[in-house]
Write a protein that binds this ligand. Structure first.
Ligand code: ADP
Ligand code: MG
Length: 622
């Protein structure tokens, strides 16, 4: 408080001043009075606070509104004015007990069908994108069969299952050992047949909807999750499915509404749900239209409720994808009401600037990390017969900083991805601290590791991507805490503690609760670095960490990396920032067409390049 009052006039006036003047004895040139005086002395500065804002007028919009109102009035007068609609009969039956019982049955069938259908559908969709050909085929066949059979046919088939099989039996197949047995006709009641039919139908359709959502999630998200070493299950349920939700939800709700109305098909089983009940009643009293309207209005009510729920669920899953959430229905109504009743808005004076963030990476050197030694030995890799890495060998001592230079397409990313085992090698090997990546060594034999073990091993290597690949649906804090939570099994409080500590180190403690899309590129990249560091990797790989950034943001990220260079972690950095390489690198490596053409200390490689291609390259980027 004291320092601020010494350097700037306090809005509280002199009573808070460090000069110690007693209240009420303020010199006239201070406090709010001085503010007004300054304004009076500067007539060219307008007092914006007194201006009133008039919202723009839109004549076409107004005309459209009037036209819609006329149309609505015409429809209402035709529906309410024509006595043949039979509204008194409608009123008599709308809340009648049999109708409500039928409605209850419809709702129950919808809820059960949706629950079971979407659960099975999720399993089918995951099976369809799994690595197992058998699972994929089974899932495909299920969807094929149950989307082909019309719902009514399926319902009748299930209802008549007793003709095919007299009993339902659980036991060991192809033996006479049985555990339980039921009579089919007793087990498959009309309600059971309706539930099964709706569920199977629903599962087939929702499987495709969910699969569509999964396919819509960016590939980079999977790589980022894999690079963190998250187990496959967690990748699916924590990273992929929540993001898929945005494209799943509209189709899924449409499908759910279809299911709610599709329950009317079960009238064929003489199951008295809403529609069948209505039919019974109008056959008796011959008031067909009013009773059909009873059903219609109830279906409308169901649909309206579902639409409201849909709006809220969609809003929930929009958190990570939008910078600003759309207002809720209630919120929107509130804004509209206030705009009608409140006085016209006025311009506000700009809010005071937020305090400047702490310089990024201020405290990196505080903690010692132990780096890993990376040995790349004769590594080769081809895509479609084209050699992308050609017998690459490289020794990276523990705790050192290596900068990899090279033209686009020279294989730099492929080399980094191989070190993190995101690529499978065609030849050669890579070891970290003597342990081979992707294999378990037993004597002279190498056993290729299963994906689960590779994921576990990957924890030793962190990776920072050019386009950040933060998880957009998780807060900044959750992004950083995810690795320690899922992979190291840290309790949430500890993981968050560690995440906050790391965020403070990259100068972003105040952004812990923000979502990635609310941050600048430089801030996002610093979060990505914190996320990679959260697992305390021995080796940290940077793939052009600053090339997606605006020039003025590059420095804040390079500063963080530079601080990191003194902390002991082994760093491999692909970058075009030659100045940075000169300052920070122990070794500079130049790659060209999948080979290392030159490597050595920056003074030598950058000052007196031997190879003409490197000279060419440096002339271009410097
Ligand atoms: P750099 O990072 O140096 O720009 P990359 O390692 O990304 O280069 O790519 C090296 C070469 O390999 C490029 O010619 C690129 O087109 C090719 N390549 C990379 N990934 C694939 C892939 N998955 N399939 C086919 N070609 C690829
Ligand atoms: Mg690249």
């Amino acid at each position: 408080m004291n320092t601020t009052t010494l350097t700037a006039p306090s809005p509280l006036g002199p009573s808070g001043s460090a000069t110690g003047s007693p209240p009420g004895l303020a010199p006239p040139a201070q406090g709010p009075a001085a503010h007004a005086q300054a304004q009076a002395q500067a007539p060219q500065r307008r007092d914006y606070a007194s201006l009133r804002i008039v919202p723009a007028r839109y004549p076409a919009r107004t005309a459209g509104t009037v036209l819609s109102l006329v149309l609505i009035a015409a429809v209402l007068s035709s529906v309410l004015g024509n006595p043949r609609w039979g509204w008194p009969v409608f009123a008599e039956w709308f809340f009648a007990e049999p109708v409500l019982v039928g409605l209850g049955r419809t709702l129950l069938l919808t809820a059960l069908g949706a629950l079971a259908g979407f659960s099975i559908g999720t399993g089918l969709a995951l099976a369809r994108v799994s690595h197992s050909p058998l699972l994929r085929a089974l899932s495909w066949t299920f969807v094929w069969v149950f989307r082909s059979i019309p719902l009514i046919v399926l319902l009748l088939l299930l209802n008549n299952l007793g003709y095919l099989y007299e009993t339902v039996w659980i036991g060991v197949p192809f033996t006479s050992i049985g555990f339980a047995e039921w009579s089919t006709t007793q087990l498959i009641t009309p309600f059971m047949a309706a539930f099964l039919g709706l569920t199977l139908n629903q599962a087939a359709y929702s499987a495709e909807i969910i699969r569509g959502g999964i396919l819509s999630v960016d590939q980079g998200q999977l790589e980022a999750a894999a690079a963190l070493g998250l187990p496959r299950r967690r990748q699916a349920f924590r990273i992929v499915l929540p993001q898929a939700m945005r494209s799943i939800l509209p189709a899924a709700f449409s499908n759910l509404i279809g299911l709610a109305k599709g329950t009317s098909n079960v009238y064929i089983l003489a199951l008295p749900e809403l529609f069948y009940t209505i039919q019974i009643i109008y056959r008796r009293n011959l008031e067909v239209i009013p009773l059909l309207m009873v059903a219609t209005v109830w279906y409308l009510v169901i649909l309206t409720v579902l639409s409201v729920v849909q709006a809220h669920v969609e809003r929930h899953y929009a958190r990570g994808a939008l910078r600003q959430l759309p207002p809720t229905l209630l919120g929107r109504a509130g804004v509209w009401l206030r705009s009608r009743t409140a006085p016209a808005p006025r311009l506000r004076s700009p809010a005071p600037q937020a305090a400047a963030a702490a310089p990024p990476g201020a405290a990196w050197a505080q903690r010692e990390h132990t780096g890993g030694q990376v040995d790349v030995h004769g590594v080769s890799k081809s895509y479609n017969g084209v050699k992308v890495l050609d017998q690459v060998s490289l020794q990276v001592p523990a705790g050192s900083v290596t900068v990899i230079l090279g033209q686009s397409g020279s294989g730099k990313s492929t080399l980094l991805r191989s070190i993190n085992h995101l690529e499978r090698l065609d030849g050669g090997f890579i070891a970290i601290d003597g342990e081979l990546i992707g294999y378990r060594q037993h004597g002279d034999t190498l056993y290729e590791l299963k994906e689960k073990d590779i994921l576990r091993r990957r924890v030793e290597v962190g990776m920072v991507f050019q386009n950040f690949n933060l998880f957009p649906h998780l807060s900044v804090l959750d992004n950083v805490a995810e690795g320690p939570l899922a992979v190291q099994g840290l309790p949430r409080a500890d993981a968050e503690q560690r995440a906050r500590e790391l965020l403070a180190r990259v100068g972003l403690a105040h952004k812990a609760d923000a979502f990635p899309r609310q941050l600048s590129g430089g801030q996002q990249q610093r979060v990505a670095i914190a996320r990679a560091l959260a697992l305390q990797p021995k080796v940290l790989l940077f793939d052009e960490p600053t090339s997606a950034l605006d020039p003025e943001l590059v420095k804040e990220v390079l500063d963080v990396i530079q601080e990191l260079a003194r902390s002991g972690t082994t760093l491999l950095i692909v970058t075009h920032e030659i100045g940075f390489a000169r300052e920070v690198a122990d070794t500079v490596v130049f790659m060209d067409q999948g080979r290392i053409l030159e490597s050595g200390p920056p003074g030598q490689v950058l000052q007196s390049p031997k190879h003409p291609r490197l000279r060419d390259f440096l002339a271009k980027v410097l």
